[in-house]
Design a protein around this ligand. Structure first.
Ligand SMILES: Cc1cc2nc3c(=O)[nH]c(=O)nc-3n(C[C@H](O)[C@H](O)[C@H](O)COP(=O)(O)OP(=O)(O)OC[C@H]3O[C@@H](n4cnc5c(N)ncnc54)[C@H](O)[C@@H]3O)c2cc1C
Length: 511
């Protein structure tokens, strides 16, 4: 088959690698000068920073993305270090013990901090184990068939039953059921700020998925109870560009071509069937299959055209629940700020009002770091990402894609100063050590992702809403990536893009 891939981000590259490896003619187009989408990294003055990645989940051997890399033959090229993240709240921080104690150390620590909720924490832990068993079975189900599959389905049903009365609850309700303390509730749902999803709009039982214990301590054993296997978090050695290069190598080794500085401006159809694409330089390339990634609105309304789409599908594109953007500082430092930062990735929360802070952001008001920020120091794991003796650090906050008042460009300098001032409250003296600073606003991210609205993790996981289906109403047109039904984050994007490629191959074998 002649296959065109729109977008050289994680999704496009994964699908391209799988389809090229299966022996098909693959051409990838992307308007950026470098492949990777938000994984393309950023370089200046000898420093390298990641744009769209902190820690990645499930990249190890026998884990979902790790299995994809194994199948593509590039697992050996993706070097990983098991890692974890630290959480700092206004009154306390969650720090892993110097020596590994037991898988339940975080729960025990929280029981000391919130004695009135000790019983609720016990109940939470029991349900966490049940949820982990449930997820273990879901992963195993994808690998078995026949009688084994039937048995797994029955086991799954048995595990789901006790959750049934709470299946329609939102995460705020689930939190209130476990804990009295609003602070403790915030500990378990604070990461929703990164998803631009207020707790009242997030699936209640999803709170277990928001709090995988290995993300707080990478030394936790894989299996925490019989049949309850967890996935681990990792730093990518060499940063995200190392992952991009590994995928590019698979594509090129298998004869695929990557066209950079070239966007697709139109998807050409005939009788509801894909015929090819036209590029920004006006060239036509014929195709049996087009796999598109990037913004759903741009792909379907601009490149295909509403007139070729069923109304219901077109409306779904308009109604897609998208996240908003990030305001990001890349710093080159002339010192190592640890132990103040203590770890490669720290989430600093300066409020417990997660619902209120997300809702405020959604109205176009930027908090400038007052509600919190995330710090990532990739050079702690990959010293080559900074010159000798120096360190690369990224500080980011979530922010509205569009400001209610003013614009990003004119307020960029003030916002940079304000965010540094907040960061300095946690890392005293930081500013005196900055030798390089790059500020990125939603405008930069819109440019990199080629979208009119920057949604930094793609779809917001809002109850009852879903992304665009991989198989579209147009014959031969498929959609992958963080705005598709598979959702955002690399742990979702890579396996779904690979599975979609397998589906395309199955379909072509049937024809
Ligand atoms: C700051 C930040 C932090 C993140 N942190 C994490 C994290 O800790 N863990 C995690 O798992 N995920 C994280 N993510 C999310 C994760 O990086 C993304 O979900 C994933 O990389 C998205 O991949 P994608 O291929 O769907 O999209 P993109 O990377 O946006 O790639 C889409 C590509 O399509 C191209 N394109 C668009 N239109 C066209 C066109 N017409 N023609 C040709 N090409 C086109 C764009 O130029 C772009 O290169 C983070 C993201 C950001 C921004």
């Amino acid at each position: 088959m002649q296959i065109i891939i729109i977008g050289a981000g994680a999704a496009g590259l994964t699908s391209a690698a799988a389809l090229a490896k299966a022996g098909h003619s693959v051409k990838v187009f992307d308007p950026n000068a470098k492949p990777g989408g938000v994984l393309q990294g950023w370089q200046a003055d000898g420093f390298t920073w990641d744009l769209g990645q902190l820690l990645v989940e499930g990249f190890g051997k026998d884990e979902p993305s790790g299995e994809v890399f194994e199948a593509l033959g590039c697992a050996e090229d993706i070097k990983l270090i098991k890692d974890d993240r630290r959480y700092v709240f206004p009154d306390f921080s969650i720090d892993k013990p110097a020596q590994f104690q037991d898988p339940k150390w975080r729960i025990k620590f929280l029981q000391q901090q919130f004695p009135e909720d000790a019983k609720g924490l016990e109940r939470y832990w029991k349900d966490y184990l049940r949820f982990t068993r449930l997820m273990t079975i879901v992963r195993q189900m994808g690998k078995v068939s026949g009688l084994s599959l039937l048995i797994k389905r029955m086991q799954l049903l048995g595990l789901m039953l006790p959750f049934a009365p709470r299946k329609d609850w939102n995460s705020q309700q689930v939190m209130e059921d476990y804990f009295k303390s609003p602070q403790l509730q915030a500990v378990f749902i604070s990461i929703l700020a990164d998803f631009f999803t207020p707790p009242s709009q997030f699936q209640g039982l999803g709170v277990f998925a928001l709090n995988p214990e290995p993300s707080f301590d990478s030394r936790i054993p894989k299996s925490i109870a019989t049949g309850a296997d967890q996935l681990f978090y990792y730093s990518l050695v060499g940063g995200t560009t190392s992952l991009v290069q590994a995928l590019v190598n698979v594509i090129e080794k298998n004869g695929g071509q990557i066209y950079l500085n070239e966007s697709v401006s139109r998807i050409i159809l005939e009788n509801n069937q894909v015929k090819g694409i036209e590029t920004s330089s006006g060239e036509f390339f014929s195709a049996d299959v087009v796999v598109a990634s990037g913004g759903a609105k741009e792909i379907f309304h601009d490149l295909v055209g509403k007139e070729y789409l069923p109304d219901e599908f077109s409306q779904k594109v308009v109604d897609l629940p998208l996240m908003d953007s990030v305001f990001m500082l890349h710093l080159g430092l002339d010192y190592d700020p640890s132990p103040t930062t203590d770890g490669v990735c720290t989430y600093y929360y300066r409020t417990y009002d997660i619902e209120g802070s997300i809702n405020e952001s959604k109205t176009g008001v930027y908090h400038q770091g007052n509600y919190g920020f995330v710090i990532h120091q990739p050079s702690r794991r990959s010293p080559a990402m900074a010159p000798n003796g120096r360190h690369a650090m990224t500080i980011y906050t979530i922010c509205p894609d569009q400001l209610a008042e003013g614009d990003w460009e004119s307020q960029k300098t003030n916002f940079t100063e304000q965010l540094l001032a907040y960061a300095e409250e946690s890392i005293p003296g930081l500013r005196a050590h900055i030798v390089t600073i790059i500020t990125m606003t939603p405008l930069d991210f819109k440019h990199i992702t080629h979208t009119s609205h920057h949604a930094f993790g793609g779809l917001a996981p809002i109850i009852g809403k879903s992304g665009i289906s991989h198989q579209t109403p147009i014959q031969g047109l498929w959609f992958v990536g963080q705005q598709s039904e598979g959702g955002g984050g690399l742990a979702a994007v890579i396996p779904q893009a690979y599975r979609t490629a397998q589906l395309i191959l199955e379909k072509s074998n049937q024809n």
